[in-house]
Design a protein around this ligand. Sequence first.
Ligand code: OOG
Ligand code: MG
Length: 251
Amino acid sequence: MTDTAALAARLDTAAREAAATTQLTADVALAAPGAYAVQRALVARRLARGERMVGVKMGLTSRAKMAQMGVDEVIWGRLTDAMWIPDGGAVDTAAHIHPRVEPEVAFLLDRTPVVGDDFAACVRAVAPALELIDSRYADFRFTLADVIADNTSAAGFVVGPWRPVPDGLDNLGVLLEVDGEVVQTGSTAAILGDPRRAFDAAVRLAGADGITLAPGWVVLAGAATAAVPLAPGSHVRAVVEGLGTASLTAR
Ligand code: OOG
Ligand code: MG
């Protein structure tokens, strides 16, 4: 087994057994390009088990997230159909290591974008979203290369009702509620100043890695606030001004 394959297998096992592993960078020298190769091999294992690619997610697009995680570059990861949670659906916390949730904005692609393409021409609809993240590393701590290899902590996502793209997306209020109480507040302005920039970054970064974004795929723009731990029994809702809500219940 190559290093890349072995590291991917280690992260895959950690996710499937819901048992944390130590940071890969504690054992091997890894920079971003090598880490994306591990991510590709990790997700290839999921695809080999029958999962399908349904989109990409952007990460660390907000200062709140960069500060929370101590990492300061925009990253991206792969979304598969197995990560999809219906709006209002249930999440089994025991199937995860230390799950957290964060409020996001999702885009629905109308066609395959190329670098420089206009957002409005490529995006058919937007929706409020929740991302379920679960670092496969102990204590939810990692370096940039570690989190890239770990498919940027992707574990699941909820997309609320799709709606046509509104005129302004750059300053919508965002709330994260747990059991009806507001636990985080932010604005879509926190997402690279305008979440449409997350779309540009997705096209550029995923494209550079040989990913062709397809019509019908989802792009998660990145969290607008810090993430909060997901406790069993809790009901979580993301509210994005003018877009609506997305929710899940933890078991
Ligand atoms: C990395 C994933 C970051 C976001 O929206 O910023 C992310 C992590 O925080 O574990 O998904
Ligand atoms: Mg996220």
